[in-house]
Write a protein that binds this ligand. Structure first.
Ligand SMILES: [Zn+2]
Length: 289
């Protein structure tokens, strides 16, 4: 081996060592080289940036105003980001009506509006894994007792029940917010366990403790026959011990019973306030025109 060959050998070994240690360091930091930030998420966030300043038509706004109870509680400064997200959502996500191929304009607007209310101060990439939204006239095929369900990729909603649950802004239950909150919970790791951040996040442990503590609190309240700000269904626990419903039921309570949730479960309220970037306990109903 001459000097030139030796030099080439050293360079090759140095490059291999560099790649090896870089990979190891990124694994320690929790960044997998095989998992770059989700490309679909980047596209969605770029698409939303291009909608800056766009507004709904007066007909679309009127559908929201007539049907969505929370519309009348939303602070003025959130209307513009909400509408930009709705416009983007309608372009990006397919909504099908399982009775006919095409959903009505009212269906499309109301689903998009509710889904985007949840992320009014968050990025659209929260829905980066979403592939399909299916609306059912009433019952969901194959899931008789459910009015909605969610996987990491798909949402099913009963149209009949959706319309009822979005009308009332203060009953603490909202089907669409509930199911899309599952989608957010699934997004980071494919698990719905009421922790909406990944295991590598600095907030993971805090969420884990919160879910365990608040689940106990909720169970105790209902066992003692008390009424509570988060619905009893939030106490559901899987065989594996996950608590998938607390985040979704807590989300509905956060949007629709903000003041009460803040009073009864201040830690849940604060965590959600930071996560969703909004403060519904301060929202006031607009006076009727
Ligand atoms: Zn649920």
């Amino acid at each position: 081996m001459n000097e030139f060959d030796l030099l080439i050998c050293i360079i090759v070994i140095a490059v291999i060592a560099l790649i090896f240690f870089r990979e190891k360091e990124q694994k320690i930091l929790g960044i997998s080289l095989n998992k770059p930030s989700n490309p679909n998420g980047v596209l969605l966030d770029n698409s939303l940036k291009q909608k800056k300043g766009q507004e709904l038509t007066s007909e679309q706004r009127s559908i929201i105003e007539t049907n969505i109870g929370l519309y009348h509680w939303l602070p003025k400064h959130l209307i513009a980001p909400w509408e930009e997200r709705i416009i983007c959502f309608l372009e990006e996500f397919p909504i099908t009506f399982m009775k006919k191929e095409m959903p009505t304009e009212e269906m499309r607007i109301l689903v998009a509006a509710e889904a985007c209310l949840l992320i009014v101060n968050r990025p659209l990439s929260d829905y980066r894994h979403l592939k399909a939204i299916h609306l059912w006239e009433d019952e969901i095929k194959g899931n008789k007792n459910a009015r909605g369900n969610a996987t990491r990729f798909e949402i099913n909603l009963s149209w009949k029940y959706l319309k009822q649950s979005i009308k009332k802004a203060r009953d603490g239950h909202n089907l669409t917010l509930h199911e899309f909150a599952h989608l957010i919970d699934f997004a980071d790791d494919g698990i719905a366990q009421s922790i909406p951040v990944s295991r590598n996040s600095k907030d993971f442990k805090q969420w884990q403790e919160l879910v365990n503590d608040e689940h106990k609190k909720l169970m105790k309240a209902y066992e003692g026959g008390k009424n509570y700000s988060i619905r009893a269904y939030g106490g559901y626990e899987s065989i594996k011990g996950d608590k998938p419903e607390l985040f979704s039921c807590g989300t509905s309570a956060f949007f629709e019973r903000g003041s009460r949730l803040k009073r009864e479960c201040p830690k849940v309220y604060l965590a959600m306030k930071e996560f969703y970037g909004i403060d519904p306990a301060d929202w006031r109903q607009a006076k009727a025109k």
